[in-house]
Design a binder for this molecule. Structure first.
Ligand SMILES: Cc1cc2nc3c(=O)[nH]c(=O)nc-3n(C[C@H](O)[C@H](O)[C@H](O)COP(=O)(O)OP(=O)(O)OC[C@H]3O[C@@H](n4cnc5c(N)ncnc54)[C@H](O)[C@@H]3O)c2cc1C
Length: 388
């Protein structure tokens, strides 16, 4: 059966999280007739892009992310202008680590070399500025001065709205059930069938499920992240909530993973502090209660809070769930399907993809259109998993 012209697109993007939405936005900006398909009615909170806030920073141990952030800040500002919506709040981003921590040293070096506004804080200065934060002898702090908060839900809405203003089409509540590769890709959903010369797959924690029928097994792990909100023991006393910027504790408190925190937008008066790791779970099982989790993430946070933020009550007031989709090296996957070159994949954002989504979307759209990227895409290629 021949499809009507309204079912034919230059490009189809599957998944209207922040990565798919930014990809669709860039495709529409390039003049491509684009369809963005989403399985759930929008907005929804089942994937990885929901909630009020995400941290934005240039402080990265991998210099290629620091470099990408330069353009990301410009693109976030462009979206703010185009949508007339405030999406970014500058607070500064404190990075704390034990002296000699290699990743911390590289973070500082990357910012220094690129003349990014940053400062190294002595223990005395830190204690004076943030008396509620109990730093330990032998620990070091730097401040990524332009770090801060992105308003996540508002960002998603703004990018999708701009995409539609440019003529882009969003079909939500339509799950993709089958993809037929070929020179023209045929995409079947729960309610219709579409075709396009190019397809982009950005389905977050559903990547394995969507990609395996296309013969692609990627080493992705989906992790349930407990998003925890904490309150002061005596509201107003510790001064923590008044002026604390975003922070990233790198491998502190004897732990191998990071802890991060930011003022809560969702629940005024609470602070959001999370462990940058979680237990494996399918996205559909995300909200199931687990009695004895393999990784005691909330217990780790309780201990962190008792030691570093003693003015907070060491029991979360609210715990919500979100999903990470992690690669073994925590770097993203931005590449063509190895066999079907007109299918482009964006996956494995490993819990740090939101801030980078403007450039991720640009790269995925360039891979789709066939424009050469200005970025070195080697760290993001599927071929790096060949021996895994
Ligand atoms: C708790 C938490 C804190 C985070 N903090 C930060 C931070 O501070 N800074 C930062 O930069 N990043 C952060 N991140 C990471 C960032 O939010 C994610 O990297 C990003 O949101 C991933 O977006 P995505 O579009 O890949 O996935 P998603 O948002 O999950 O979008 C994928 C979409 O695909 C849809 N889909 C799936 N299958 C189908 C199908 N068959 N048919 C149609 N649609 C389908 C899904 O419904 C979903 O809407 C955090 C993540 C979490 C969970």
């Amino acid at each position: 059966m021949a499809l009507s012209s309204s079912s034919k697109y230059d490009c189809i993007v599957i998944g209207a999280g922040i990565q798919g939405s930014f990809t669709a936005y860039h495709l529409a900006k390039s003049g491509k007739k684009t369809l963005l398909l989403e399985q759930f009615p929008l907005p929804h909170s089942r994937g990885s892009s929901h909630g009020q806030t995400r941290i934005i920073r240039r402080a990265y141990p991998e210099d290629f992310y620091t470099d990408m952030m330069e353009e990301c800040y410009q693109l976030w500002a462009e979206v703010e202008r185009e949508s007339e919506t405030k999406l970014y709040r500058k607070t500064g981003l404190l990075v704390l680590a034990n002296a000699g921590n290699h990743a911390f040293e590289v973070v500082c070096e990357n910012m220094k070399q690129r003349q990014i506004p940053w400062e190294s804080l002595s223990q005395a200065t830190f204690k004076m500025r943030y008396p509620g934060f109990s730093i330990k002898p032998g620990e070091e702090v730097c401040n990524d001065i332009n770090g801060g908060v992105l308003y996540a839900d508002k960002s998603l809405r703004a990018v999708q709205g701009l995409f539609q203003l440019m003529g882009g089409v969003i079909h939500d509540g339509e799950k993709v059930t089958h993809i037929e590769p070929g020179p023209v890709v045929i995409v079947s959903t729960t309610s219709s069938t579409y075709e396009a010369e190019k397809l982009v797959i950005t389905v977050g924690p559903w990547a394995k499920k969507v990609l395996s029928p296309l013969g692609l097994q990627l080493p992705l792990k989906t992790l349930r992240i407990n998003v925890c909100y904490w309150r002061e023991k005596n509201p107003g006393d510790s001064g923590i909530l008044q002026n604390l910027p975003c922070f990233l504790g790198m491998q502190l408190n004897g732990d191998q993973r990071d802890v991060y925190g930011l003022q809560s937008q969702e629940y005024p008066g609470l602070i959001k502090i999370c462990y940058h790791h979680g237990n494996e779970a399918e996205p559909e099982e995300r909200d199931l209660q687990v009695k004895d989790p393999k990784i005691p993430d909330i217990q780790i946070l309780r201990s962190f809070i008792s030691n570093y933020l003693p003015g907070l009550h060491p029991e979360p007031v609210v715990v919500e769930q979100c999903m990470y989709t992690s690669t073994p090296d925590t770097n993203f996957i931005l590449d063509h399907h190895p066999l079907h070159k007109n299918i482009v994949i964006g996956a494995g954002f490993s819990g740090h993809g939101f801030k980078l989504s403007p450039v991720v979307g640009k790269i995925l759209s360039e891979l789709c259109i066939g424009t050469k990227s200005t970025y070195d895409l080697k760290p993001f290629q599927i071929a790096r998993f060949q021996n895994q």
